[in-house]
Design a protein around this ligand. Structure first.
Ligand code: ADP
Ligand code: ADP
Ligand code: ZN
Length: 214
C-alpha cells in the first residue's frame, strides 16, 4: 500500500502516519525527519537543507528528490510506504508519479488531513519533537508520560526552531501557495480522501483506517 499524507504543517500528518505505519507494517517516510537527522549528523545535505528550513522555506526540489529516490531503493519499501511531508510541490508530485509509473506502479491513496489555519498555531507552539526518533508530542493534546522525555526511546524533547510563531506563519503561506495545489492534483488522479483533522487523534485514525480497510 502506497499512501501520501497531505495537510498543512501541524495538521497531524506525522502523528497519523506513524500509526498507519505500525498498523499496516509499512515504513513511515518523513522528508522532514530525514533532513533533521542530516542536520544533526552535520552532513553536507543537512547544511544545505538547514538554511531553507530555518526560514520556513522549502528545500529545493532537486535536493529533496535526490533524497527521497534514494530512500525508495531501500528494501523496506517493497510493500509500500506512508509518505509524510513529501511531495510538497507539483514538480515533486509529478516526479513521484513518473518514478512509480516507470516501475508499473502507482499511489493508492492521498489522505488530506484538514485543519484550519486558526488551529495550527496552537498546535505548533505546543509541539515537542524527539531529537532521536522523530516522535512527536503536544504539551496539552498528546503529552509524553514524563515531561521533556520521549515515551518511545527516552530521547530529549524539544521545541523545533521552525515551530516558533513567526516561522509558522511563513510556513503556512508556503503551504497555501506551493503544497495546497496537490489536493486538486490527487483529486484529478481519483485517489484523494479527506479527513477532519480537528477531531481527536484516535478519532482521526479511525476515519483513516475506515478508508484504508474498505
Ligand atoms: P511539518 O511536519 O510541520 O509539516 P516537516 O518536518 O514535514 O514539517 O518539514 C519541516 C521542513 O523541512 C519544511 O518546512 C521544509 O523546509 C523541509 N521539507 C520537508 N519536506 C520537504 C519537501 N518534500 N520539500 C521541500 N522541503 C521539505
Ligand atoms: P504534521 O506532521 O502535520 O506537521 P504533527 O503530527 O507533528 O503534524 O502534529 C502537530 C502537533 O499537533 C503535535 O504537537 C501533535 O502532537 C499535535 N496533534 C496531532 N494530531 C492532533 C489532533 N488530532 N488533535 C490535537 N493535537 C494533535
Ligand atoms: Zn524518541
Amino acid at each position: 500500500m502506497k499512501i501520501v499524507m497531505l495537510g498543512a504543517p501541524g495538521a497531524g500528518k506525522g502523528t497519523q502516519a506513524k500509526m498507519i505505519a505500525s498498523k499496516y507494517g509499512i515504513p513511515h517516510i518523513s522528508t522532514g525527519d530525514i533532513f533533521r537527522a542530516n542536520i544533526k549528523e552535520g552532513t553536507e545535505l543537512g547544511k544545505k537543507a538547514k538554511a531553507f528550513m530555518d526560514q520556513g522555506a522549502l528545500v529545493p526540489d532537486e535536493l529533496t528528490l535526490e533524497l527521497i529516490m534514494d530512500r525508495f531503493k531501500q528494501a523496506d519499501c517493497a510493500n509500500g510506504y506512508v509518505l509524510d511531508g513529501f511531495p510538497r510541490t507539483i514538480p515533486q508530485a509529478e516526479a513521484l508519479t513518473k518514478a512509480l509509473s516507470d516501475e508499473g506502479g502507482k499511489l493508492d491513496y492521498a489522505i488530506n488531513v484538514e485543519v484550519p489555519d486558526e488551529n495550527i498555531v496552537n498546535r505548533m507552539s505546543g509541539r515537542r519533537a524527539c531529537l532521536s526518533c522523530g516522535g512527536t508530542y503536544h504539551v496539552v493534546f498528546n503529552a509524553p508520560k514524563k515531561e521533556g522525555v520521549c515515551d518511545a526511546c527516552g530521547g530529549e524533547l524539544v521545541l523545533r526552531d521552525d515551530d516558533k510563531p513567526e516561522t509558522v506563519a511563513k510556513r503556512l503561506d508556503v503551504y497555501h501557495t506551493q503544497t495546497q495545489p496537490l489536493i486538486d492534483y490527487y483529486a484529478g488522479q481519483g485517489i484523494l480522501k479527506e479527513v477532519d483533522g480537528t477531531k481527536e487523534v484516535a478519532e482521526v485514525f479511525g476515519d483513516i483506517t475506515a478508508i484504508l480497510d474498505k
